[in-house]
Design a protein around this ligand. Structure first.
Ligand code: NAD
Ligand code: UDP
Ligand code: UDP
Length: 336
């Protein structure tokens, strides 16, 4: 029995752009806040083809409007809890609601997204030999008993609380990543992202920076949830995207903390927003939600040493950039 090999490709086809060494990159959750900024950065490189898969739960096509129709860009309406059969070289797996009000809205769906969604993306990575990066979260540290939080800290997480669908979901997602790595040799990267802010955040997202900026622009009181002494560390989105790409391109699996170590109480944040955006607004203390972590600040020694990364944009410089975007979207112009 003879086997027949297909004839070699005619040279014009072999030399066509399709067969050159383009990197095809899948971004799940690419219509969201961080994902769309990541897509902007990846699209700057002419060797990249970018495919976004998103179910538009918290994201929007509008965030990607400048790329729709671009020959190196593709947008798929897809829920990651369903299998996805495509051919790619890298996967940035971001799909998951990030704001507490959205991830608590349908907690079972949040767990499915983290567990089944991550399993599907790992199955895809295994089938096509792609490298996969998971955007995990500082929430894996829960209400931390170690401060600041290094990657070696295992966390203090309530397994049955209202935030657990997200925290525990991401913890299982991390476990799946390492099991696929150890069992199947998949190339993995895990970023533990700390609070990130910037243009394109959902205005009614419920997160603290977007709430305070929208409230200041609407002339409404800034709602500081009690006690107001709880802390967070806020990273500007361009720094975050830079960190994620360095992690993907580097040699280290992680987990690696990516965040800005500048630490602020929620009262300090409210005072800063008031001073920079609208000195006339009041600050109101309101009830908090259960299990709110009291403090959070990344130890970024690993990111500095292994990725040569550290954030560049200070909170005072980032807030006005976000203010500009929110003014446009809310239709509030600056007083002369
Ligand atoms: P986002 O809500 O703006 O974006 C998430 C995107 O995922 C949205 O476009 C949404 O429609 C999509 N999505 C949700 N469920 C999906 C599903 N089942 N299938 C397909 N698409 C789905 O949030 P973000 O702030 O851009 O966060 C992106 C990632 O970063 C998330 O994984 C989040 O957990 C992580 N993260 C964010 C922060 C932060 O401060 N923003 C902090 C820690 C971790
Ligand atoms: N999967 C996917 N795309 C692929 C390959 C797999 O979505 O290209 C899904 C598949 O449906 C499965 C999951 O990924 O639910 C895990 O795949 P794997 O091959 O690791 O496990 P198995 O299919 O053997 O359970
Ligand atoms: N927060 C607040 N006012 C708001 C929204 C949030 O004081 O209008 C507080 C909240 O209690 C928490 C912190 O801000 O301590 C960060 O909350 P966010 O939901 O932005 O993020 P996460 O809790 O996921 O870090």
């Amino acid at each position: 029995q003879t086997t027949t090999k297909p004839p070699p490709l005619p040279s014009p086809l072999r030399n066509s752009k399709f067969f050159q060494s383009n990197m095809r990159i899948l971004v799940t959750g690419g219509a969201g806040f961080i994902g769309s900024h990541l897509v902007d950065k990846l699209m700057e490189n002419e060797k990249n083809e970018v495919i976004v898969a998103d179910n538009y739960f918290t994201g929007s096509k509008d965030n990607l409007r400048k790329w729709i129709g671009h020959p190196r860009f593709e947008l798929i309406r897809h829920d990651v809890t369903e299998p996805l059969l495509i051919e790619v070289d890298q996967i940035y797996h971001l799909a998951c609601p990030a704001s507490p009000i959205f991830y608590k809205y349908n907690p079972v769906k949040t767990i499915k997204t983290n567990v089944i969604g991550t399993l599907n993306m790992l199955g895809l990575a295994k089938r096509v030999g792609a490298r996969i990066l998971l955007t995990s979260t500082s929430e894996v540290y829960g209400d931390p008993l170690v401060h600041p939080q290094p990657e070696t800290y295992w966390g203090n997480v309530n397994p049955i609380g209202v935030r657990s669908c997200y925290d525990e979901g991401k913890r299982v997602a991390e476990t799946l990543m390492f099991d696929y790595h150890r069992q199947h040799g998949i190339e993995i990267r895990i970023a533990r992202i700390f609070n990130t802010y910037g243009p394109r955040m959902n205005i009614d997202d419920g997160r603290v920076v977007s709430n305070f900026i929208a409230q200041a622009l609407r002339g409404e009181p800034l709602t500081v949830q009690k006690p107001g002494t709880q802390t967070r560390s806020f990273c500007y989105v361009s720094d975050m995207v830079d960190g994620l790409i360095r992690l993907m391109e580097g040699e280290h699996t992680g987990p690696i903390n990516i965040g800005n170590p500048g630490e602020f109480t929620m009262l300090e944040l409210a005072e800063t927003v008031k001073e920079l955006i609208n000195p006339d607004v009041e600050i109101h203390m309101v009830e908090n939600t259960p299990d709110d972590p009291r403090q959070r600040k990344p130890d970024i020694t690993k990111a500095k040493e292994l990725l040569g990364w550290e954030p560049k944009v200070k909170l005072r410089d980032g807030l006005p950039l976000m203010e500009e975007d929110f003014r446009l979207r809310l239709g509030v112009s600056k007083k002369a």
